[in-house]
Design a binder for this molecule. Structure first.
Ligand code: PLP
Length: 390
């Protein structure tokens, strides 16, 4: 059976150059990067080279890169690191209603610790409006955290404008750039953002390594207390293989991101067009243009997303539904609900996210399979009345 992987926003395959770069660190290069003897020195150099590659990709200083175990930990460090630092003027945080759980649940936790959080809404197309952030900021606000792009819909947020508003108010700005990294250009030098989270496994690195960019001069309270690694900002022996992998993945991105993004966009657009041509009653969840070049989230009306997902899996197609199965009942994705989407339609929502390695043949096969399964499921649905039959 053909296998088609259209779930790159969940994770990406390891790039062959990344796999090769990691090999020596599973063998002879086993030292602890904090050791000053021979076994540690080469490993320290590899960690610092990786830091340099990541810094050069974003256009920041190597010292501004703090390695973490994941995008989730980087988000935790960004938000809690600001919340708990001494001398804050207030206890209020502004974020959005469509953040990844790494931010959402961190903010919810902070609410139990005496912080106040405002969750600003998004518009019908899933975009956070800068004015909503502006009006949420009070004199008590210490941090604005808005994602650079949403993982479910691919919506690209106006981070420059939101960052400028935060700066104007003297408030720090964090952005979760886990999904936008490698898909849209980011220039740290001109971006009015103080903290930026990324993750290796979303850019063809390996799972379990991420990082936070921390603008020079900003003090954070560590979340992991331990040794002096990462200049005291994150204790714990570094995940050397994961960091080396991330360094290589970013160096590959620096060389080939433009061409790869253009190709993925071409395939995504062809996929999306072919679905609209073939299948009636589709609803796009997200913005038509302010959207990651690899992502399309569609509601297949009169079909249950989970049923569609399972049927597609049986045909070798990997994609994702935002709905969570809670105690046997399917709940529509909170992200789509925050956008004001129809709750019934949202039950039939699927996210397709393309990436490196996908081909025209993948698109053709997937469109065919989706068309077939949707027809089959609709034929069984008591709710479905084809337009021509009405
Ligand atoms: N933020 C966003 C927007 C994500 O999509 C993800 C992963 O899906 C994360 C954070 C968490 O990253 P990690 O899987 O490295 O913890």
């Amino acid at each position: 059976m053909r296998k088609v992987y259209f779930d790159h926003n969940a994770t990406t395959p390891v790039h062959p150059e990344v796999a090769a770069a990691v090999q020596p660190f599973l063998g002879d290069l086993f030292g602890n990067p904090s050791s000053i003897h021979w076994a540690g020195r080469d490993v320290r150099k590899a960690v610092e080279d990786a830091r340099g590659e990541i810094a050069s990709f974003y256009g920041c200083r190597p010292l501004e890169v703090v390695f973490t175990s994941s995008g989730t930990e980087a988000d935790n460090l960004g938000v809690k690191g600001v919340a708990y630092r001494p001398g804050n003027a207030g206890k209020h945080i502004v974020t959005s209603r469509v953040e990844h759980p790494a931010i959402m649940n961190t903010c919810r936790f902070l609410e139990t610790q005496g912080f106040r959080v405002t969750y600003v809404p998004v518009n019908r197309q899933g975009i956070v409006e800068p004015d909503a952030v502006r009006s949420a900021i009070t004199k008590d606000t210490i941090l604005v955290s808005v994602m650079a792009a949403n993982n479910e819909t691919g919506c690209i947020m106006p981070i420059e404008e939101i960052g400028a508003i935060a700066r104007g108010a003297g408030v720090l700005m964090h952005t979760d750039a886990v999904q936008s990294t490698g898909k849209v250009p980011i220039s740290w030098e001109t971006l009015p953002v103080d903290l930026l989270a990324f993750s290796g496994h979303k850019v063809n690195g390996v799972k379990g390594a991420g990082g936070l960019l921390v603008r020079k001069g900003i003090e954070l309270s560590p979340v992991l207390h331990g040794g002096h690694q990462e200049r005291g900002r994150r204790g714990g022996t570094e995940n050397v293989a994961g960091i080396v992998a991330m360094g290589k993945a970013f160096s590959v991105l620096s060389k080939s991101m433009g061409a790869e993004v253009a190709e993925v966009r071409r395939l995504r657009d062809a996929f999306e067009r072919a679905l609209y041509d073939r299948i009636p009653d589709l609803v796009l969840n997200g913005h038509p243009t302010l959207r990651l070049p690899n992502t399309v989230n569609l509601s297949f009306r009169f079909v249950e997303g989970e049923a569609l997902l399972l049927n597609l899996d049986m045909m070798g197609i990997a994609c994702s539904s935002g709905s969570a199965c809670t105690s046997g009942s399917l709940e529509a994705s909170p992200i789509l609900m925050a956008m004001g989407a129809d709750p019934i339609d949202s039950q039939g929502a699927l996210r397709f996210s393309l990436g490196r390695g996908n081909t025209d043949e993948d698109v053709e096969y997937a469109v065919d399979a989706i068309g077939t399964v949707v027809n089959k499921l609709r034929a069984m649905s008591p709710l479905y009345h084809p337009r021509e039959a009405i």
